[in-house]
Design a protein around this ligand. Sequence first.
Ligand SMILES: [Zn+2]
Length: 132
Amino acid sequence: MKDIEEIINKTAQDKIDFDLGVKLLLEYNDNFKALFKILQHYIFNSIPNKTDYNSEVYQTAINTIPLKQTYTPIVILKTFPTKIAFQKLASLPEDENKTTTTALLWIFKITDTERRNTECKNGCGHYWHELD
Ligand SMILES: [Zn+2]
């Protein structure tokens, strides 16, 4: 597993403190577009509904992001359907990288935790759910 993926998964699984996870991702990574793509892929994968990528847990996730609700990425996530929101997030200026990373890592933490507690509960083949 690549470092970035390990940081994302360990943060989702409470093996790395959330704020530290965000910091590590931003420090480790000089390619924000690549980081964004990985986070988007992880989030979309963890949402069971592949029609509009919406679900109760996704809504819970975007409503509990630990940032001011007036920050641009939060407003976008709350205003637009999931796929359109992610397209808009991808084209935000660089100074939103930290808030966007915080928002996406949080969403994945919530949606992945729900998945681990439901469909993965009795064992799954996800190697990233087997981290020490
Ligand atoms: Zn799993």
